[in-house]
Design a protein around this ligand. Structure first.
Ligand code: UDP
Length: 509
């Protein structure tokens, strides 16, 4: 690649929000930027660095100019358990604010580190929750771009709700209303919206800080592609008054014949060769892949109901479970008796090589929590999906999958769970029968099922093309780099005597 000229002195600083669903795509973005001829620094913390160790090694082996800087995360000082450096490691959502505030303490060590960097930083791309990152960009006189990890569809929906406040005028949280300002007519309920839209939420102050930082950013980087969300990127740019660059699906960075897809996982809990052999033993498009991202977990009753639904569907399935509070003696016994010995099931307890599994020809359907990365990975694999959103913006993603793209079957989940609450309440939201029925509909070889599959495959082709040379995402990446080049030139025109801050003591953990 490296098709943009004069990029060798550009230095992008990427500060992913500390959660797997943010870290993974931002590392892919780092590789993409480096392939376009720029230097990249990715900011992380010791526990995260060790977790993504194989990825760091792979990037180092590639020879790309991507450097990882590991800054000490003050977990204990912030009242968090030692080593709690990622959102999925926070034991209770009550500690979210402490985690958010601890993140702010990365600012000074990072600035100190960057002062010693040559080339000097040219642009900061920050995960949205690092509301302090624009100060770092300001200090170096460079643009600050935001990576929220959302689709354009969700970003635009949320932006419009901030603008029109339609949801505040609906009498009940469970009454459907039409999302304003979208090119499609999409209905949703207030209770299904991401929590950060609520003015009276217990984290409202944190959400406000995040939104203020987003508002002062120079542009929005989106892991999506123009052909997937036609018209949404342009509308988002208009609604926010910011530049928007669709540069994905970035998971394809690891997918283009580099043989390293499986290295995305950290604690591999399944032998990869065994997983491949198991998948190889099934006919094309016959297996259901079931996963709820890095943070999705269920109470024992729902977990067993889910398993019963999968068994009742009669289809082979790969089921990924995050073993945690859900793993009681009862579930353990149930799993070993009903699932683990069953030749039609591959149970993965822990972290699964998701991108690799999804791209196996045997996989024909994906039961997903509609996290945006998983959604895009499903699109890239060309598989239709069964949607089971849990929280955050996942209900919006469900709307995109089922109603706009028509590549999914909804389980009709009504309400989101406050992160972790479903586990505590031990309620059954989706019954065995509902899940088995949805699998039947998804895998059906009749006209509707075939049309859905055709649409999913067509999107896969478009995703691949978007990432190729001269594809839409490739060109958008060139435009983003050009924007940073032009910003630098105009900055130097207006600040001719500016030199980067002097080198200071390094504070790298
Ligand atoms: N993932 C994975 N293995 C797992 C669980 C998740 O590789 O067992 C990856 C998945 O491929 C995706 C990311 O972690 O890239 C999860 O991001 P997503 O936005 O789908 O959901 P989140 O975890 O943020 O809720």
């Amino acid at each position: 690649m490296g098709t943009t000229s004069n990029t060798d002195r550009l230095h992008f600083v990427l500060i992913p929000w500390l959660a797997p669903g943010h870290m993974l795509p931002m590392i892919d973005i780092a590789c993409l930027l480096a392939e376009h001829g720029t230097t990249v620094t990715v900011v992380t913390t010791p526990a995260n660095a060790s977790r993504i160790g194989p990825t760091i090694d792979r990037v180092a082996d590639s020879g790309l100019p991507v450097c990882f800087v590991s800054l000490r995360f003050p977990a204990v000082e912030a009242g968090l358990p030692e080593g709690c450096e990622s959102v999925d490691a926070i034991p209770s959502s009550d500690l979210m604010i402490d985690f958010f505030n601890a993140g702010k303490l990365l600012k000074h060590p990072l600035t100190d580190h960057l002062c010693g960097c040559r080339p000097a930083p040219s642009c900061v791309i920050t995960g949205t929750h690092h509301a302090w990152a624009d100060d770092v960009a300001l200090e170096f006189g460079v643009p600050c771009l935001v990576f929220r990890g959302y689709s354009c569809f969700s970003l635009l929906s949320v932006e419009n709700l901030h603008l029109y406040k339609t949801h505040e005028h609906v009498p009940s949280a469970t009454e459907p209303f039409v999302l304003p300002g979208l090119p499609h007519r999409v209905e949703i309920k207030r209770c299904q919206l991401p929590r950060h839209i609520e003015r009276a939420h217990r984290f409202a102050e944190m959400f406000r800080e995040i939104r203020d930082a987003e508002s002062s950013s120079d542009g929005i980087v989106v892991n999506s592609f123009d052909e997937l969300e036609v018209g949404y990127g342009e509308r988002l740019a208009k609604a926010t008054g910011k530049k928007v660059w669709n540069i994905g699906p970035v998971s394809l960075v690891c997918n283009q014949g580099r043989q390293d897809i499986a290295r995305r996982e950290d604690k591999a809990s399944v032998d990869e060769a065994q997983c491949s052999r198991w998948l190889d033993s099934w006919s094309p498009e016959s297996v259901i892949y079931v996963s709820f991202g890095s943070m999705g977990s269920f109470a024992p009753s729902q977990l067993m109901e889910l398993g019963s639904g999968l068994l009742a569907s009669g289809r082979p399935f790969v089921w990924v479970i995050k073993v945690g509070r859900t793993w009681t003696e009862e579930t353990q016994t149930w799993m070993s008796e009903r699932v683990e010995g069953n030749s039609k099931c591959l149970l993965i307890k822990g972290w699964a090589p998701q991108v690799r599994i999804l791209s196996h020809p045997a996989v024909g359907g994906f039961v997903t929590h509609c996290g945006w990365n998983s959604t895009l990975e499903g699109v890239c694999a060309g598989v239709p999906m069964i949607t089971w959103p849990l929280f955050a913006e996942q209900f919006l993603n469900e709307k995109l999958i089922v109603e706009v793209l028509a590549i999914g079957v909804s389980l009709g989940v009504e309400k989101p769970t406050e992160w972790g609450k479903l586990v505590e309440e031990d309620v059954v939201v989706v019954t065995k029968g509902e899940l088995a029925k949805a699998v039947e509909i998804l895998m059906d070889k009749g006209e509707q099922g075939e049309e859905r599959r055709k649409r999913a495959k067509a999107l896969k082709e478009k995703a691949m093309r978007a990432m190729e040379d001269a594809g839409s995402s490739h060109l958008n990446m060139e435009r983003l780099i050009q924007y940073v080049l032009v910003s630098r030139e105009s900055y130097h025109t207006y600040h001719p005597h500016h030199t980067p801050p002097p080198q200071r003591k390094l504070c790298v953990g």
